[in-house]
Design a protein. Sequence first.
Length: 317
Amino acid sequence: MILDLNGDEIGNKWENICILYGKQDQKWEKLAFFTILEYDNKTPKTRGMIGPLFRRGIEMNTRTGSLSSYGSRRPGLTGNQLKVLGIVAILIDNMGAVVIQGGILHAADRAVYQAVIATPSGHIWMIAGQVCRYLGRLAFPIFAFLVAEEFVRTRDRGRYALRMLICALISEVPFDLAIYGRVFYPYYQNMLFTLLIGIMVIFIMEYTRKLGIQLAALAGGCALSWILQTDYNVIGVLLIASMYWFRHNDIAQLAVGVVLCAAESVSYYCVSALAYVPIVLYNGRRGAFQLKYLFYVFYPVHLLVLYGLAHGLQKGV
């Protein structure tokens, strides 16, 4: 059985051809492999062959050397489960930043903050806020990985980028309110703009095979994220681009990603690198439920709710 990009069955004829009584048939394996590439509207790459096998609904049997479909039999996390895990990490992170540090500890007022953390309860809340921020470092690498995966799988990349742009614009006011207590703060932008810039970069990388143009697009995306001061800015764009660039080489994707995550969270003891624990467990399937729009709704709404809680705490409600 071969599965399509959403994990649905599209036929099992190649399984019958490729797996002949457990023996390897290299001729038909190659034909099946390139047929899958054609179905996915991709050309063969030279940067490793592990990624295409594991992410297009088939896997290599290392003992027999044959190709077999994994379907629901392959253990691991689905895309939906990764998305929910990323959402939980963002929620915990912003609870620490907005509610605990901004609301309970009054971090915006240095004098009040120092007075609060000097108390026993304030010290406990300070530690709780720091723990939340550490756990929240896992969120962005997960969403960077999911953006690169969704870009490859989506049927309409223009609409995908447009959805991200609309959500980024809608989320900017809730983001500014939650983080800075202002309706508009032009000096720092929410992380959805970083994801959008990453999509723009990998769109150009997909459009052309010229290395010079690809590197220029990457440099331009990094520069734009720096100028706009988007959340995670340069390292965020590099992380998304690396997820896409090394999508056919799992080892290189893991190595580069861990280095970039460690660099991004060096002040948090490089804890972001731990995000690759759930990422390497990804089984290539979307999951049973349609959660395409969950994150787009969750992100601005949770910021508004947390802002309301923090504002109430600041006012002593």
